[in-house]
Design a protein around this ligand. Structure first.
Ligand code: GTP
Ligand code: MG
Length: 201
């Protein structure tokens, strides 16, 4: 899929205030600093569309981006940021739980996982919560440029092996690097395929 147009729409703290346009949307979630905002910029070919930072906790609101005037990408705050205050953590929970439970336009989440680390409980718990709430998701492994080529496959399949203990069938997964623009076509084609199927309904 070509991204011919990508524009920021709105940031807000309440799911009720999200765009009313009824377009299909895809939300990026995962630990703080995993690379959600960078991935959105990479997919859209725009360096500064979503705000990124080397310090965790940059994205604090629900951010909608309109792509090709026909669907939304949503950048969400990250979880698992150790330095966040109790209030910030509570706000995050309310945001995200509300967003995922109430946002009818959400077609699929993308759960981002830093490929360098061993599976973390917080991510596995979050995946389980998505599953229990019937929220479809795909896994996006990030920062592949930080690993050697042969490590990438080994790490990804070791991660998926851990998931097999929990899940009857595995979610789709993608290996990406925003730095090297790896995985861009795969993620965009996946979205395009879903959008095309939705338009047939
Ligand atoms: P929060 O908004 O805090 O939840 O973080 P985020 O998940 O949106 O992460 P963000 O995109 O802001 O990136 C965090 C840091 O990781 C930044 O310093 C990015 O430059 C870096 N980063 C993101 N993606 C990649 C990647 O593919 N490769 C490398 N090497 N660094 C990356
Ligand atoms: Mg961010």
């Amino acid at each position: 899929m070509k991204v011919a147009n990508a524009e920021f729409v709105v940031s807000n703290a309440k799911v009720e205030l999200c765009p009313k346009s009824k377009l299909p949307e895809y939300a990026f979630i995962g630990r703080s600093n995993v690379g959600k905002s960078s991935l959105i910029n990479m997919l859209c070919n725009k360096k500064k569309l979503a705000k990124t930072s080397s310090r965790p906790g940059k994205t604090q609101l629900i951010n909608h981006f309109l792509i090709n005037k026909s669907w939304h990408l949503v950048d969400l705050p990250g979880y698992g940021y150790a330095m966040a205050s109790k209030t910030q953590k509570k706000t995050f929970q309310k945001f995200v739980v509300d967003y995922f439970n109430k946002r009818k336009e959400l077609v699929s989440a993308f759960l981002l996982i830093d490929l360098r680390h061993e599976p973390q409980k917080i991510d596995l718990d979050f995946m389980r919560w998505l599953g229990e709430n019937f929220i479809p998701f795909a896994i996006v492994f990030t920062k592949a440029d930080k690993l050697k080529t042969r490590e990438i496959e080994t790490k990804a399949s070791a991660y998926l092996d851990v998931l097999k203990a929990d899940w009857e069938s595995l979610p789709p997964h993608f290996i990406t690097s925003s730095e090297k623009r790896l995985g861009r076509e795969d993620v965009l084609n996946y979205i395009q395929e879903i959008n095309e199927n939705l338009s047939k309904i």
